[in-house]
Design a binder for this molecule. Structure first.
Ligand code: NAD
Length: 484
């Protein structure tokens, strides 16, 4: 008997193997050892999950249930997740090498996703439109149907719940597909949904590769919404696939966040957040502050402290509570990030600190690069690792231009104590989110998404409601005047 854990598909309330019996391995990137076997969905498995979600939507109680009852079910699932925080966090730490302390934080945010959207739909109001014609109109937000939720590996549980929570809260049923690199925690979520007593087929989870598991979901006309977080190139493929049956898509894609530090910034605060923005989760964050622009007057003082803080990060075993930084999530990803670090000098830059060690670990140390021309691939492409390119700037006009000079537009950060400048620059930055004197702080009511290659659409609060429902206008005659 193998002592590897097994992660199946959770379909219609049951954990099952693939119909073909095919499995693949999942690896702990820190030890590079296989710790689990995973069912590998083929087309027929993905279709089976859609069938279950379809039946749960068309015939089951979920979309017809009262708002309070649905909210209570979702809170019951959130309670169970909270109880099993350590188990869920352990799976994410094992699967992607994320420090356990950070994985626990991700579980807390995942629980909050469910609680927030459960309450948001329970307490939501619609609009009324008084009319001058003897009629009265109002809006109603009914569930859209079956949602395909496809997520990446960098926040395995959190990214999936960011999609699943609003989808089910608004009465839809879901087929979720986590990344093939990190299947464990979402599978456990599927199991917990069964244990929490959600009706069968409301949350189905399948494991497998983008093609055929994900691509079968996006192409199936029985799917009414596709919500995807991942690479911009994959997003384009998914949008084209969903377009064949006109399913609306919500795409949260790559980023190349600019971080602007002005001369009058609070230095300690700016250094703290600049480190968080590029080295948290080993830089494997779509929102990473991977382009850092520092104004001339503060440049030397900032860089001295920034470098010292990067070098002081505790690198090690994700399960050691002192660890702040660990290996990258997979061999493939390590090779990609290492490729960028190895080409710095050839492109004219300097590695101020960081780089890789010749010890076979999939580790890229916190890496700071200077002197690169703005045309270097490191500025233009998403590296998605702990690698930041730094440049100095002279004035506001110049830095706004530099920050906006990218195909991406997910987020930006700016650090200044000048109130007018903060508002002025925030407004001019082409990005879905701008953080002033902070980073990564979210209120789930606010719109989240990106501009350009960073995505299509917004989620969060009423923005999620727009996407996961079919808004309906109801027009009623209240005054029997002349017809016509
Ligand atoms: P990816 O696009 O390779 O994979 C994401 C998911 O899509 C996986 O589950 C994968 O199996 C699936 N997939 C791949 N090809 C598919 C296809 N043809 N049809 C359907 N599904 C398919 O991305 P990744 O490497 O897992 O994640 C990293 C990327 O995600 C980075 O670009 C990062 O910036 C982005 N990201 C964005 C956000 C955001 O909120 N904007 C958040 C996290 C990550």
């Amino acid at each position: 008997m193998s002592d590897l854990q097994f992660f199946g598909h959770v379909i219609d309330g049951e954990e099952v193997e693939s119909l073909s019996g095919k499995r693949f391995d999942t690896v702990n990137p820190y030890t590079q050892e296989v710790f689990g076997e995973v069912a590998e969905a083929q087309e027929e498995d993905a279709q089976r999950a859609i069938t279950a979600a379809r039946r749960a939507f068309d015939e089951g109680p979920w979309p017809r249930m009262g708002r309070r009852e649905r909210a209570a079910h979702i809170h019951a699932l959130a309670d169970l997740m909270e109880e099993r925080t350590d188990d869920l966090a352990t799976l994410d730490a094992l699967d992607m090498g994320k420090p356990l302390v950070q994985a626990r934080h991700d579980v807390a945010r995942s629980v909050h996703n469910f609680r927030f959207f459960a309450d948001h739909q329970r307490d939501a109001t619609g609009e009324t439109y008084p009319m001058d014609t003897g009629h009265h109109s109002y809006s109603e937000y009914g569930p859209a149907g079956v949602v395909a939720a496809i997520s990446p590996w960098n926040f395995p549980l959190m990214m999936a719940t960011w999609k699943i929570a609003p989808a089910i809260a608004w009465g839809n049923t879901v087929v979720a597909k986590p990344s093939e690199d990190t299947p464990a925690s979402v599978t456990m979520l599927g199991r917990l949904a069964v244990e929490a007593g959600l009706p069968n087929g409301v949350i189905n989870t399948i494991n497998g590769f983008g093609v055929p598991a994900g691509s079968t979901l996006t192409a199936d006309p029985r799917v009414d919404r596709v919500t995807f977080t991942g690479d911009s190139k994959t997003g384009k493929v998914i949008m084209a696939s969903a377009a064949t049956h006109l399913a609306p898509v919500s795409l949260e894609l790559g980023g190349k966040g600019a971080n602007l530090v002005f001369d009058d910034a609070d230095l300690d605060n700016a250094v703290h957040w600049a480190v968080e923005a590029i080295f948290r989760n080993a830089g494997q964050i779509c929102l990473a502050g991977s382009r850092l622009f520092v104004q001339s007057g503060i440049y030397d003082a900032f860089m001295e402290r920034f470098r010292a803080a990067a070098e002081a990060l505790v690198i090690g075993d994700p399960f050691d509570p002192r660890t702040q930084f660990s290996s990258l999530a997979s061999r493939r990803h390590f090779d990609k990030v290492k490729g960028y670090v190895d080409s710095v000098e050839a492109e004219g830059g300097t590695v101020l600190t960081g780089g890789t060690d010749p010890d076979g670990r999939w580790l890229v140390r916190p890496t700071i690069i200077t002197d690169l021309p703005l045309t270097a691939s490191h500025y233009c492409q998403e590296i998605f690792g702990p690698v930041v390119v730094v440049n100095r700037f002279e004035d506001e006009e110049e830095v706004v231009h530099l920050a906006n000079d990218t195909r991406y537009g997910l987020n930006a950060m700016l650090f200044t104590e000048n109130l007018s400048r903060a508002h002025r620059v925030a407004s001019r930055l082409r990005a879905g989110t701008v953080w002033v004197n902070c980073f990564f702080i979210r209120d789930l009511r606010t719109p989240f998404g990106g501009v350009g290659d960073s995505g299509v659409g917004r989620e969060g609060g009423t923005f999620s409601r727009e996407f996961f429902t079919e808004p309906k206008a109801i027009v009623m005659q209240i005054d029997r005047g002349p017809r016509g």
